[in-house]
Write a protein that binds this ligand. Structure first.
Ligand SMILES: Nc1nc2c(c(=O)[nH]1)N[C@@H](CN(C=O)c1ccc(C(=O)N[C@@H](CCC(=O)O)C(=O)O)cc1)CN2
Ligand SMILES: NCC(=O)N[C@@H]1O[C@H](COP(=O)([O-])[O-])[C@@H](O)[C@H]1O
Length: 304
């Protein structure tokens, strides 16, 4: 059988328990997935397919996942907060993209530099050739295709996606330009743990049909004087989850949609890194009326 290179990174270690965990989760309920190649990446293709590999290929693929796992082993070492007794487990993040992935890159870079107490352990996309998937592959981050569609027959089902994310021991899911509806199975599997960034001040200019440049064009056409990114919890509908953070950006009289998009995107990158840092330091709290707040890092008595 044709063999494709598995995974997107490379390392030279031995078999990893994480791979076994994913394999067990999948093969127990879906025998057809006995040899998952869910993180397959060849040069031009990311897909989830059942494939049998020659031992050497399997060993190589397992070694690669082990590399991811060994990085995770290091990253799973709890990180001690400076000047405090409390220990905060380093969080494991899944990021979902459909396009270039600039927000994903900002978050991943912040994880690497240490300003976020977490690691992006898996990337999920519905577009196997998108820029975000390419960046992940180049960085050795496993890429998963979701959902299964006629255009992407190698994609995962919702149930299998939950199993694979559990296998990666994901703590939080961050949507960053992902353009498909997140299914109820995933929302129930990760309560209060799925976030999305939207390029307008919700609830304005949100919902089905409002994505990418369509949002900025609608903002300009409306005459609104302000726009900006919103980060919110994900619920069953598009853009209706509890708002967690926003940043106001001016809309100039002669703005084109592209100019406004660039101004908002610049703030998105900062806001998503700031919110992800708070998330990974357990600084999200819930007001008694159900509004989520972020506890200030500098002054723990302050919330915003
Ligand atoms: N269950 C949820 N899923 C998703 C949410 C959410 O809040 N709850 N947020 C979106 C992201 N998003 C806005 O932030 C968004 C993405 C896509 C659409 C949309 O209208 N999509 C089109 C299809 C577009 C395509 O396939 O190219 C559609 O559904 O017709 C609206 C808002 C991510 N998922
Ligand atoms: N409604 C969802 C939506 O429009 N999301 C928007 O897609 C862009 C993705 O950019 P990126 O791929 O460079 O991060 C971002 O501007 C994000 O707010």
């Amino acid at each position: 059988m044709e063999s494709q290179s598995l995974f997107s990174g490379y390392c030279s270690n031995s078999i990893t328990p994480l791979y076994k965990k994913i394999q067990n989760r999948l093969s127990s309920s879906s025998p057809s997935l006995a040899y998952p190649s869910c993180f397959i990446r060849s040069k031009h293709r990311v897909s989830f397919k059942l494939q049998h590999f020659p031992a050497s290929e399997r060993m190589r693929s397992v070694r690669r996942l082990e590399c991811t796992n060994s990085v995770e082993k290091v990253s799973n070492v709890v990180s001690e907060k400076e000047g405090s007794q409390s220990w905060v487990k380093r969080k494991r993040l899944a990021v979902f993209v459909s396009g270039g992935g600039s927000n994903f890159r900002s978050i991943n870079q912040a994880c690497i530099e240490g300003s976020v107490n977490g690691d992006v352990v898996v990337l999920v996309t519905n577009k196997h050739a998108c820029g975000g998937a390419q960046y992940a592959s180049d960085k050795g981050i496993p890429v998963i295709l979701f959902p299964k569609t006629k255009d992407e027959p190698g994609g995962l089902s919702s149930d299998d996606l939950v199993k694979v994310l559990r296998g990666f021991e994901v703590d939080f899911i961050l949507l960053a330009g992902y353009l498909k509806l997140i299914p109820l199975e995933l929302i129930r599997a990760y309560p209060r743990s799925i976030f999305n960034i939207h390029p307008s001040l919700l609830p304005a200019f949100g919902g089905k049909g409002y994505y990418g440049m369509k949002v900025h064009k609608a903002v300009i056409a409306s005459g609104a004087r302000y726009s900006g990114p919103t980060i919110h919890f994900v619920d069953e509908q598009y853009d209706t989850g509890r708002i967690l953070a926003q940043k106001v950006v001016p809309v100039l009289a002669n703005d084109t949609a592209e100019e406004l998009a660039a101004r908002v995107l610049q703030e998105e990158h900062k806001l998503y890194v700031e919110v992800t840092a708070a998330l990974c330091e357990d600084r999200i709290v819930w007001r008694e009326d159900g509004v989520p707040l972020i506890r200030s890092k500098e002054n723990p008595e302050e919330y915003y």
